[in-house]
Design a protein around this ligand. Structure first.
Ligand SMILES: Cc1cc2nc3c(=O)[nH]c(=O)nc-3n(C[C@H](O)[C@H](O)[C@H](O)COP(=O)(O)OP(=O)(O)OC[C@H]3O[C@@H](n4cnc5c(N)ncnc54)[C@H](O)[C@@H]3O)c2cc1C
Length: 466
């Protein structure tokens, strides 16, 4: 970017920072997926009006803009793939206000999701969306990716709790969508259009989120299986029994062994799968449901049902699940984290297909995740310096997407499309479906400055992991 433009940006961002040194910009060149792309400039400001002025300037000069939270995206979302300006929104974290009467929380985009959980719980309330990255990801990133987590099974995902937004459009206007009311059907639902748009339709500068009362009791069950497919069967059986757990998470044998090698957690190494279940609600109902879940799992071949009694024991069980991500990268350094999702009835079939893909390509494919809502997380563990292995990974990833779509599912349940899944969009949406999305993007962002190179495949684009 030429000197004149950098000076103009510095004049606009007068209360914030404009980072131009290569060493500063380097920290903004990657996320938790693949590829390194150096931005020309990084800006930080807490002032919405100042940011809107910058967007107007970028739109006039056709400079690409990349909104960025904490860069934990697993799909390439915040990567500055076409150069231009990265907007570091993690610094915009000054608003966090709980309104107990309206049952809402108003937040700036840079607030960490775990801070929202804490603020709600201090008032006996709950903000249900709970991505595993909640301690390190921002609510702005969660909104842009429509993030979910284990509690998505019972409580839904980020979009189900957003009732109002403040957004800077790609032409630099500040708009407010929705509001503080639970009901609102005035015109098109622009709030829901922005949520999950991955920073391609505007910059979220404020959000009004719905809160609910915190359930009074919760219990945990760990169920151990000798067969992964039986575990898939148990998940379907529980979900069709009339019981709706708050969480239902799956760990396959590879993830069990990885966790035991990393930090021994009393998990059975010889089991092919474990399901971790959390039930919440009225204490008497929770107790009754625990017994029913145990019986159902035993009826489909569970080897053992463990019910931790103390809060400490329960926390240890959930800690083991959280350890999967750091544990599996001890096997090999490169983790390709997919989140293809299938309808619940297809969970056993998806487990079977994943096993076939693992054998066909002879890869370390680890399956864990939010199995209760069909959002299995097949993770391939590889070494990106081994080109031959990475070619097998690319083929396996394509087959995982094909399997999910063929079974009536989707490319992504929560991690978003970004750069990683763009080449597969047409497979799920069809030519016309994808074209309708392109037309929405064109109407909002005629100069294609807002997070270009994301969601929509470029001509002939293929998945390349390097
Ligand atoms: C260990 C680990 C565990 C994870 N677990 C989960 C999980 O359980 N569930 C889940 O859904 N995801 C999970 N993720 C993925 C990731 O944490 C989420 O996508 C998260 O929402 C990203 O937040 P972020 O602040 O890091 O955003 P970034 O990665 O910085 O950005 C993500 C996207 O949001 C856009 N964006 C960011 N802020 C704004 C804004 N204010 N306005 C407009 N666009 C914006 C960016 O342009 C980009 O497209 C996990 C990631 C890791 C590394």
């Amino acid at each position: 970017m030429d000197h004149q433009k950098i000076e103009a940006i510095k004049n606009i961002v007068s209360t914030g920072s404009v980072l131009t040194d290569e060493s500063d910009r380097y920290s903004y060149s990657f996320d938790a997926s693949f590829g390194t792309y150096l931005p020309d400039v990084v800006i930080q400001t807490k002032e919405v009006e100042e940011l809107a002025e910058l967007v107007k300037y970028a739109n006039k000069e056709k400079i690409p803009l990349y909104p960025r939270g904490q860069s934990t995206s697993l799909s390439g979302g915040p990567l500055p793939v076409k150069g231009g300006i990265v907007i570091d929104l993690s610094v915009m974290n000054n608003v966090l206000v709980v309104d107990e009467e309206d049952l809402v929380i108003v937040v700036s985009p840079g607030v960490l999701t775990s801070e929202i959980h804490k603020a709600a719980e201090q008032k006996g309330l709950m903000y249900p969306p709970d991505p595993s990255s909640s301690h390190v990801s921002t609510i702005g990133g969660n909104l842009a990716e429509n993030s979910g987590g284990p509690r998505g099974l019972k409580y839904g995902v980020t979009k189900d709790y957003v009732i109002g937004l403040e957004v800077i459009t790609p032409e630099g206007e500040i708009i407010r969508t929705g509001g503080r009311t639970v009901k609102n059907v005035t015109g098109y639902d622009l709030t829901k259009l922005i949520v999950g748009s991955e920073g391609t339709l505007g910059i979220i500068t404020k959000a009004i989120l719905r809160l609910i009362p915190k359930p009074p009791a919760s219990e945990t069950v760990m169920v151990i299986f000798n067969s992964l497919v039986d575990a898939g069967g148990a998940i379907s059986k529980i979900l069709s029994s009339g019981i709706l757990p708050a969480k239902m998470e799956l760990m396959d044998q590879a993830s069990i062994i990885a966790v035991e090698n990393y930090e021994p957690s009393n998990l059975p190494r010889d089991a092919e799968a474990i399901i971790l279940i959390e039930l919440d609600g009225h204490p008497a109902a929770v107790k009754d449901e625990i017994d029913k879940v145990a019986m159902l799992c035993e009826s489909v071949g569970a080897r053992e049902v463990r019910i931790p009694e103390t809060e400490k024991e329960k926390a240890e069980v959930w800690k083991a699940r959280k350890l999967v991500s750091p544990a599996i990268v001890q096997i090999k350094p490169t983790k390709i984290s997919e989140d293809a999702t299938v309808p619940r009835s297809q969970i056993p079939e998806m487990c079977r297909r994943l096993q076939q893909i693992k054998e066909k390509y002879n890869l370390h494919l680890v399956v864990f995740g939010h199995a209760g809502d069909g959002n299995l997380h097949p993770n391939i563990i590889a070494d990106k310096s081994d080109r031959e292995e990475m070619e097998r990974v690319e083929l396996a990833v394509a087959e995982i997407f094909e399997a999910a779509v063929e079974l009536g599912g989707t490319l992504s349940g929560e991690h978003g499309i970004g750069t990683m899944k763009a080449p597969f969009m047409e497979m799920e949406l069809g030519v016309v479906g994808l074209d309708m999305m392109k037309r929405i993007k064109q109407a909002w962002d005629p100069n294609n400055i807002m997070n270009p190179g994301k969601i929509f495949p470029e001509k002939g684009q293929k998945l390349v992991l390097k």
